[in-house]
Design a protein around this ligand. Structure first.
Ligand code: ADP
Ligand code: MG
Length: 320
């Protein structure tokens, strides 16, 4: 990587965010400082859907906040499209490019109508009124809330509120959206709505997505998963690569998604199930398409499999 005189690095154009050897400490309340990130290096590619998982306190939120200059590393660098977050002159442009969505939608909604709420960001940066109206319309359409401009945000469901928050970020036309546990406070219906909206933004609109989550089944749907433990990125790769390493995950107190764990047990008993089967839905689809006809197990075996899957499907909803 070469450094130009402008201070903007000429880097791989496919890399949107380059986190290089970042260390971050919070000031101590009493006694020693808390080292939240230690030598973290991670590249986020343009257009990818990256999930970040890890136990509580492993540094996920701290890393997320470093991606759009809400936090600045003590050492190492975070560069967004070649601009360093440590350079105050770049912060404005970086925040336009990388938007953040947090866990609690109630803390992110500021206005009395959905339209005013989504318009808040563009108004603050002086976008002309006519264009704001257009942006609000587009942003609401993108998250499946078309025509809800005049609704009161506080009367919406959790999933709708979180989608209004996402629309507010979209109205700023970012290239990347960082979501820090956006479904943690939602019921299963709200979770599904938000996930579908986020996946659509990535797949259809080409937004780069960084999704911090403690739901393993959500991470399974990403292009790539980075695993954090004790302030470090300890594993990264395709979901099938990461989730097939059950023992390493258990060492840091994480479990593979329940579908992957059942698939692993089935493999041990001689039923070959591909590694890309990770969620309970994947497993149900795979079994109904292949396993029962391919292996033609006894009627009892077939009943056992479908009962396990149904139980797993329920526990996936209720456990998380
Ligand atoms: N504002 C803060 N002040 C002091 N310590 C903090 C603060 N925020 C987080 N930490 C500490 O930094 C570490 C990483 O936290 P965090 O990034 O929130 O992890 P995660 O999002 O994975 O749960 C933890 O030890 C946490 O207690
Ligand atoms: Mg967190």
């Amino acid at each position: 990587m070469t450094v130009c005189t402008s201070g903007i690095e000429a880097a791989d154009p496919d890399v949107l965010i380059d986190v290089h050897d970042v260390t971050f400490e919070y000031p101590a309340v009493q006694g020693s400082r808390v080292r939240a990130l230690e030598s973290v290096s991670l590249r986020i590619m343009r257009g990818e859907y990256l999930a970040i998982i890890g136990p509580n306190g492993s540094g996920k939120s701290t890393l997320a906040k470093c991606l759009n200059a809400l936090l600045i590393p003590d050492s190492g660098t975070v560069t967004v499209a070649g601009m360093s977050t440590s350079n105050p002159g770049h912060v404005w442009a970086i925040r336009q490019m990388v938007g953040m969505v947090f866990q609690n939608p109630d803390n992110q909604l500021v206005a009395t109508t959905v339209e005013e709420d989504v318009a808040f960001g563009p108004e603050n940066i002086g976008v002309p009124t006519q264009e704001i109206r257009q942006r609000v319309k587009e942003a609401l359409r993108s998250v499946g809330l078309e025509g809800m401009e005049n609704r009161a945000p506080h009367r919406l469901s959790g999933g709708q509120k979180q989608r209004v928050a996402i629309a507010g970020i979209l109205a700023m036309r970012p290239e990347c959206i960082v979501l820090d546990e956006p479904t943690a406070m939602l019921d299963p219906v709200g979770r599904r709505e938000v996930l579908e909206a986020v996946r659509r933004l990535n797949r259809v609109e080409g937004k780069t997505v960084v999704h911090v989550t403690h739901f393993m089944s959500e991470a399974a749907a990403a292009d790539r998963v980075a695993v954090m433990a004790a302030g470090k990125v300890v594993m990264q790769g395709a979901p099938s690569e990461v989730f097939s390493q059950a023992e390493r995950l258990q060492q840091i107190d994480l479990d593979a998604p329940i579908g992957a764990r059942i698939a692993e047990e089935l493999r041990k008993s001689g039923i070959s199930i591909p590694l890309h089967v990770l969620t309970v839905d994947d497993l149900a689809d795979y079994i109904s398409a292949n396993a029962l006809t391919a292996h033609r197990p006894s009627a009892n075996r077939a009943t056992e499999l479908s009962t396990n899957t149904a139980t797993a499907r329920r526990s996936d909803v209720y456990r998380h």
